[in-house]
Design a protein around this ligand. Structure first.
Ligand code: HEM
Length: 279
């Protein structure tokens, strides 16, 4: 039981939030509190109507913005190496975010860096259960194959299903005329199973090379800002899971999130043999 009184069923979520908070320099305790607050709001709200759940998120979001604004005021001009200090301290060109902007900015990595990575890890457990030969392959040379495995988990599961863009000038894409002002949807999950790009796209193959997926977005300015952190988080989590709990496996179908945006897993039943106490 966590000190906030909410049972932690989802260690992946906790790890991701703490990693983002560490980069931000908000401190572990604050990170826990923010996450607790979000969890409590959601727990209280569940199973109420969607509007109540949204209200809980708004309250948690405002708390986070207030925290970052306060830290920004305290740290502006300081020598700290954390993200809050960097964002609010003017750079060589005199540019800096306002405290309000820094507060709002933090909603993005917390949202973008939490659901995505946590879902990728849940999908990894699902995939490595479904494809045991790929798991044997990974464990035969974990350090040599984990980088390819992470890319393949992201390609195969595509945690972010789509993003939308506004067309800024008349153009043509693969023969389709697009007009300035049109709205287009980038279907990452479809692109990641494109048979013109990937051989046997439905296969989960951790040795796939090259693996030019768009699970972290397409090339361009919006390419995932947290890609290196995401890769590291999934790597660390799988290394710990598969070495400390070597027989961990999913034992049933995932309870999937009903969403056209996030390929989320709400719950995934799993089982493992507990390690010996001195292990
Ligand atoms: C497996 C994990 C992750 C996946 C699959 C993922 C996926 C994506 C995708 C598809 C985009 C492109 C959005 C677009 O085209 O508009 C994106 C952008 C972004 N991601 Fe990630 N992401 C992951 C982890 C993270 C992490 C850990 C962070 C930060 C802590 C992060 C922060 C961001 C931010 C800030 C953007 C917006 C970049 C911009 O528009 O300039 N992501 N991510």
């Amino acid at each position: 039981m966590h000190p906030c009184g909410v049972r932690w069923k989802d260690s992946a979520s906790r790890t991701m939030i703490s990693a983002v908070a560490a980069g931000a320099g908000t401190g572990g305790e604050s990170a826990e509190r923010r996450n607790c607050s979000a969890r409590k709001s959601r727990a209280k709200a569940r199973p109420g109507p969607a509007s109540v759940v949204r209200w809980g998120r708004i309250i948690s979001g405002s708390e986070l913005i207030r925290l970052v604004r306060r830290l920004g005021k305290e740290r502006r001009g300081g020598s700290g190496d954390d993200l809050v200090t960097r964002l609010v301290t003017p750079n060589a060109d005199g540019e800096a975010l306002t405290f309000q902007e820094a507060g709002s900015f933090f909603i993005l990595p917390v949202a973008a860096g939490n659901e995505t990575t946590r879902n990728a890890i849940a999908h990894a457990l699902r995939l490595f259960t479904e494809f045991p030969e790929q798991r044997r392959l990974l464990m035969a040379d974990f350090e040599g194959r984990i980088a390819g495995a992470v890319e393949e988990v992201v390609r195969h599961s595509t945690p972010v299903i789509h993003f939308r863009r506004n067309v800024t000038r008349d153009c043509e894409l693969n023969g389709a005329p697009l007009k300035k002002g049109d709205m287009v949807v980038l279907l990452c999950s479809s692109a990641n199973r494109d048979e013109a790009v990937f051989t046997d796209p439905d296969a989960f193959d951790i040795t796939r090379s090259p693996d030019p997926h768009v699970g972290f977005g397409g090339p361009g300015p919006h390419y995932c800002l947290g890609v290196h952190l995401a890769r590291r988080e999934v790597t660390v989590m799988l290394r710990k899971l598969f070495t400390r709990l070597p027989d961990i496996r999913a034992t049933g179908d995932p309870d999937r999130l009903a969403s056209s945006f996030s390929n989320g897993i709400k719950r995934l039943p799993f089982d493992f043999t507990p390690p010996a106490p001195d292990a």
